[in-house]
Design a protein around this ligand. Sequence first.
Ligand code: C5P
Length: 235
Amino acid sequence: MLSNQQPQLIAVVPAAGVGSRMRSDRPKQYLKIHGITVLEHTVNKLLSHKLIGKVIIAISENDEYFPKLDLARNPDVIRVVGGGERADSVMSALRYVVNHFSTEWVLVHDAARPCFQLSDVDTLIDASFKNHIGGILASPVTDTMKRGDTSGRIEHTIDRRDMWHAFTPQMFKVKLLFNALSGALDSGVSITDEASALEWSGTKPELVKGQTSNIKITQPEDLALAAFYISRDKG
Ligand code: C5P
């Protein structure tokens, strides 16, 4: 179990995406669920965790929505400028962490995942403190997996044993992640989550089983599902 003596943790939230697959008039992190934005749900839940002291949010330079939120005036929230890809946004926030905090560990969590469970975060923190490297919330694949060709026909079926869906939060030692991510970006490797950078550097992060309700809002229909999970958890 976690003890109260553990140091405070920093969370990094990449929120500089445009979310074009939502086909909405604004980036998906600014769509509202039960009266507040997806970004506010996500950041408020992170800050409600007893070990998370500050949240560094990467926002795109010309974002007109963030300054209108209460979050912009929350002393525990720090805004940095995001980049062209998710990994660039994470890197920008990590640079801030390295330059301003001495905290050993960081959690990176997508703005577009407001339905994560605090109990899953506890499990991830526990596992990371034990394995000294870190890990990610994830869920074993249950569907049959197909590899398609460019014309949309099935090439073959993939063995789903040992396959996982990668979620966030992903938790790592700050310096380890900073070095891995900057090295991977400098080498031109495609990085879609923090664990990929660690894998690239030869480290094997732990897979920590989390709830499948931790969806990433991506398509229009995801918003109603997220609203359902949020009201279920509040109830
Ligand atoms: O687009 P996707 O759903 O993969 O984005 C995951 C998260 O990364 C979102 O919270 C999004 O705002 C963020 N992101 C970012 N900077 C980018 C692209 C995406 O912070 N350039």
